[in-house]
Design a protein around this ligand. Structure first.
Ligand code: HEC
Ligand code: HEC
Length: 363
């Protein structure tokens, strides 16, 4: 009874609340924005489904794919998609037998050191969609449909799913799907599927005599602990959970005190800096974002590349403007780690100079 009354009251409250929101929408926001045009929606509507709905017409050869790969992908993913530098390898670990069975055997083998993209991906549409949408990482959405067909053809040729002289197109992609090594690898046995409208959670909650301690059954080997540089300096600039300091052995207990300490340091560092007010700084910041530098370099935190503050600190008092500007133009790695900075041929030389000078001056 109580429950019923409560439900009715909260439903009424909900209806009231939503009509209030609607009323507000009309009165306060009616003059803001406009309905998106069909062309604008079309520009964003690029998803390709496993049944190939949304796939643009086009084609590309594995040969063309290799040209684009070498110019735009190899610097990060390796010549054969084998690189482990910026991401786990894309190609490798699949066999001719997997193409027959549609299930990649090495996924369950303890001898397989890494799980590659090709080992996992069940649908060729996902490969197409992801590359078209998100790659190359430093210039997403710059590839044409034909470029993307060519790249997928090349990657599948590297994995020996299609022959080296293959031409992939919207006409034959469904045939290629039938050869995807892990096409039968999709499962609904993981409790995150929807069956007749209810989530299919299969785990049974333990209510009595539960295990007191979590048993860790797999962990990173010691040599790989710092494979992606110090996790404590990356990501998560807020909240209580941080990457642990992977330059040191694992901690015995959670670092509650460290959390407060690190937040305070970040705050003090930010407060010590003079506020950016003048128009020059604003223009530089804008250019830094517009030219994609901000995707990898942040003022004080390490991203894909070193932080602006670290660059300024490292080269303090040194005459390195020309050297560093040339490196931004041509790309390179080794000064801060293994991860390469891609080349920036599209940014004018004097603009690179201005940006690097700004970084060196403590931005
Ligand atoms: C500047 C470095 C960089 C370049 C250049 C680059 N990638 Fe990537 N790529 C990445 C990173 C980093 C990820 C992982 C992104 C993530 O998980 O958010 C990734 C992920 C991928 C994935 C998805 C892997 C998976 O299993 O989720 C594919 C496929 C891929 N890249 C293909 C390409 C292709 C094709 C090109 C060239 C057109 C390219 N990449 C160029 C850095 C790069
Ligand atoms: C895709 C990521 C990425 C982008 C985009 C990027 N950088 Fe970098 N940058 C890096 C990485 C990684 C390094 C470290 C390279 C190394 O270890 O030698 C780096 C290093 C640097 C350095 C120091 C070089 C040295 O030898 O010490 C400067 C200066 C720099 N970047 C400026 C820029 C500017 C300016 C832009 C924009 C035009 C930019 N970067 C865009 C990833 C990037």
């Amino acid at each position: 009874m109580f429950k019923l009354v409560k439900t009715i009251t909260s439903l009424a409250a909900l209806t009231l609340a939503s009509s209030l929101v609607q009323a507000q929408n009309v009165s306060e926001f009616a003059s803001i924005g406009r309905v998106a045009t069909p062309a604008e929606i079309k520009a964003w509507d690029i998803d390709v489904r496993p049944d190939f709905k949304g796939l643009p017409k086009g084609s590309g050869t594995a040969d063309q794919g290799q040209q684009i790969w070498d110019a735009q992908c190899a610097s990060c993913h390796g010549t054969f998609g084998e690189s482990n530098e910026v991401f786990t390898p894309l190609i490798g670990g699949t066999t001719a037998k997997d193409i027959e069975t549609g299930r990649v055997a090495s996924l369950t083998s303890p001898n397989q050191p890494q799980r590659t993209t090709l080992m996992k991906v069940p649908t060729v549409s996902t490969l197409y969609d992801y590359i078209y949408r998100a790659m190359p990482w430093n210039a997403p959405r710059s590839l044409s449909a034909d470029d993307t067909y060519a790249l997928v053809a090349y990657m599948l040729a590297l994995g020996e799913v299609v022959p080296e002289d293959f031409t992939l197109s919207d006409k034959n992609i469904a045939e290629v799907q039938k050869r995807m090594p892990n096409r039968n690898g999709m499962t609904d046995k993981h409790g995150m599927w929807t069956v007749s409208g209810t989530p299919d959670v299969k785990a049974t909650a333990c209510m009595t005599n539960c295990v007191a301690e979590v048993k860790i059954t797999s962990s990173l080997p010691d040599f790989a602990r710092n494979a992606h540089n110090n996790l404590a300096e990356q990501d998560r600039t807020f909240g209580p959970y941080r990457g642990s300091d992977s330059t040191k052995p694992p901690l015995k207990a959670l670092p509650g005190a460290n959390y407060v300490a690190s937040v305070t340091t970040v705050k003090t560092a930010a407060a010590a800096k003079p506020a950016a007010t003048d128009a020059d700084t604003a223009a530089l910041k804008q250019s830094f974002t517009k030219n994609n530098c901000a995707a990898c370099h942040a003022p004080a935190a390490k991203g894909v590349g070193p932080s602006n503050a670290d660059v300024a600190k490292k080269y303090k008092g040194q005459d390195v403007l020309a050297k560093l500007s040339a490196k931004v133009k041509n790309g390179g790695s080794g000064a801060w780690g293994m991860i390469p900075m891609p080349p920036h041929p599209q940014v004018p030389d004097d603009e690179i100079n201005r940006l690097v000078k700004w970084m060196l001056s403590g931005s």
